[in-house]
Design a binder for this molecule. Structure first.
Ligand code: COA
Length: 297
């Protein structure tokens, strides 16, 4: 099918496509940074297809419903890959979450365009606070023993943070992807930190667990990073951290909560499935794929 080429937008000029990307990325459309790649099809003020990338990271691809199945998505993806080659970017990569028709179509589109077979990254859970609060374990749970302290991350003393930094560097119980210091600021997807829900747990004064959170939107809180030292009764501590999240949400207004577990952490996935499956209304998998761009045109 012949069609007009996709238009490469100038940085900062993507506002007309705001409806064609995720809310969490909309702030990028007006940013003048040169590493943002925006490609659009259709009329300038009413685009029918839109691809957003940050250099080699493909953030979103969207085609309006009436234009789907006509090659527009493939065309935008090809234009993106060409643009990256021109910028000497060697590799493109992307992540997405399954469970929607769009996600299946997207995965098929990538496969057809020669991207690597998808690899599973995280299991993602979502629930309403109201429903999760009905969980039996939530109501049966008692206090941690006096050797533990559980409170706000911001209350940790500098010396405790220094010791924790050492543990992150030199001990093997903190996987790099759960390094708490990567989660106390803005989220990797640009979501705002939520210090009111950033929790820490100590045992005899040493930091042994945390729950670090971000605000996805006005309704939804995300627990972005949870870890408890495996030598402790980590399930009990984990549940104590959860209970504290609930307690604090009584003063806040979040209706929903989401969290993810890396697929490599199978015992943790099993723990979540055992304790939460009756209460979550979303269990999806996030996937990743990439393509080497220098190999083939
Ligand atoms: C994913 C999306 C961008 C595809 O765009 P599109 O213009 O409809 O796709 P194309 O017509 O270019 O199709 C190209 C290939 O994608 C795959 N594909 C597209 N739609 C598909 C569908 N409904 N089911 C299965 N595969 C599909 C096919 O491999 C197709 O090749 P083929 O036609 O030779 O079989 C579009 O469905 C969409 O915008 N969905 C909603 C947004 C979304 O979920 N985006 C993905 C996450 S960012």
């Amino acid at each position: 099918m012949s069609r007009k080429p996709a238009t490469l937008l100038e940085p900062g000029c993507g506002q007309a496509a705001a409806g064609l990307t995720f809310p969490r990325y909309r702030h990028l459309l007006a940013q003048p940074q040169g590493d943002i790649v925006m490609l659009q099809t259709g009329p300038a003020q009413r685009p029918t297809g839109f691809l957003l990338g940050r250099q080699g990271e493909l953030l979103s691809l969207f085609v309006t419903a009436s234009m789907r199945g006509q090659g527009v998505g493939r065309h935008l993806l090809q234009a993106y890959e060409s643009e990256l080659r021109q910028r000497s970017v060697e590799r493109a990569h992307t992540v997405w979450t399954d469970g929607t028709a769009g996600a299946s179509a997207f995965a098929a589109l990538l496969g057809q365009a020669g991207w690597r077979p998808p690899h599973a990254r995280m299991v993602i859970y979502g629930a309403s606070f109201e429903r999760l609060g009905q969980a039996l374990w939530m109501n049966a749970f008692n206090q941690l023993s006096a050797e533990f302290w559980l409170g706000s991350w911001d209350e940790l003393a500098p010396i405790q943070l220094v010791a924790l930094r050492q543990a992150v560097r030199f001990e093997d119980w903190v996987p790099p992807e759960l390094d708490p210091f990567k989660f106390t600021g803005v989220g990797i997807d640009g979501s705002a930190p939520e210090p009111g829900f950033n929790l820490a747990c100590t045992f005899h004064g040493e930091v042994v667990g945390w729950n670090l959170a971000h605000r996805v939107d006005a309704n939804t809180l995300r627990i972005s990073c949870t870890l408890v030292h495996p030598d402790l009764q980590h399930h009990l501590v984990m549940l104590a951290l959860w209970r504290e999240v609930f307690r604090r949400n009584q003063d806040a207004s979040y209706r929903r909560v989401s969290w993810g577990v890396a697929v490599e952490r199978q015992p943790m996935v099993a723990f979540n499935d055992r304790h939460f499956s009756s209460y979550v209304d979303r269990r999806a998998t996030s996937w990743g794929s990439s393509k080497d761009l220098q190999a083939s045109p």
